[in-house]
Design a binder for this molecule. Structure first.
Ligand code: ADP
Length: 253
């Protein structure tokens, strides 16, 4: 059928068809490159903590270590294992979100205890960089959301705030009710995001400057997952940032 109809096409139509095929081939090539880049980046992300895990577990098993030394190495092992766990969780979610079966199951829960628990989870990693984490939730209120997904959203943002902040600084997790919406912000005083990069950071795999990601680690999928999860709630996420001064990520759901 295709052959027959091709013969009936005029010159212009043939040209158009040829352009479309060309474009399709280019798109396929681009997708293939993106997929390879994605796989390489994930492999790299997983291999870094693995290298630490292997190295530090060997060191921790050495005879003659003091109790403190062994504890120190075990802390690093726990920290790196957690990083791997979070990355794998993000990856699984990213894969699941493309399926039609992905749903959020909303329920009512109180903001303050929910956020306090999250702070407790991240405080040990914050302490390593001596960064103070403030929780500001003056008037407690109820959030209507999928608590597991919201946990992931906030943890990803807190993880970034920590990663892109200098030692001895402060991060604030703030929550309040605005009309019938919950507003949750993560405010840091870290390295900030260049203005021209701001519109891209929520794209999958996007990392600001290669040198920066080499220094800070990261796969560029955290914010892509955050955005998808926020949108699955019918919510919005915005960012305000100034290079060298800090960033604020604000989620409204
Ligand atoms: P990554 O794993 O690289 O952190 P994300 O998707 O979480 O990936 O973030 C994308 C990019 O946005 C990061 O590479 C980083 O350059 C920038 N970014 C995200 N959060 C912050 C922040 N709080 N401060 C400064 N830069 C940030």
């Amino acid at each position: 059928d295709f052959k027959v109809s091709l013969t009936t096409l005029g010159k212009d139509e043939l040209g158009e068809l040829s352009n479309s095929i060309h474009k399709l081939a280019n798109d396929l090539e681009r997708l293939k490159n993106e997929r390879n880049e994605f796989l390489a980046s994930i492999a790299h992300e997983l291999s870094t903590p693995l290298t630490y895990l292997i190295g530090y577990s060997k060191v921790a098993m050495r005879k003659g270590l003091s109790e403190e030394e062994r504890e120190h190495y075990l802390e690093i092992i726990a920290e790196e294992s957690n990083r791997m766990k979070d990355l794998v969780k993000n990856l699984l979610d990213l894969a699941r979100m493309d399926e039609t079966s992905f749903t959020v199951s909303k329920e009512y829960f109180w903001a303050s205890p929910f956020l306090q628990d999250l702070c407790k989870l991240v405080v040990p990693s914050y302490e390593i960089k001596n960064i103070k984490l403030n929780l500001v939730c003056k008037n407690d209120f109820q959030i209507y959301a999928d608590s597991i997904r919201l946990e992931q959203i906030v943890l990803n943002l807190l993880d970034n705030a920590l990663k892109y902040s200098n030692e001895n600084s402060e991060v604030t997790l703030e929550a309040y009710k605005q009309g019938d919406q919950a507003v949750i912000s993560v405010i840091d005083t870290g390295i900030g995001i260049p203005l021209e990069e701001m519109e891209f950071i929520f794209e999958n795999l996007y990392r600001v400057e290669k040198s920066r990601s080499r220094e800070y680690g990261g796969s560029g999928i955290g914010l892509a997952v955050v955005k998808e999860l926020v949108e699955a709630h019918g919510g919005t996420i915005e960012v305000q940032s100034k290079l060298g001064e800090g960033s604020t990520f604000r989620v409204t759901i």
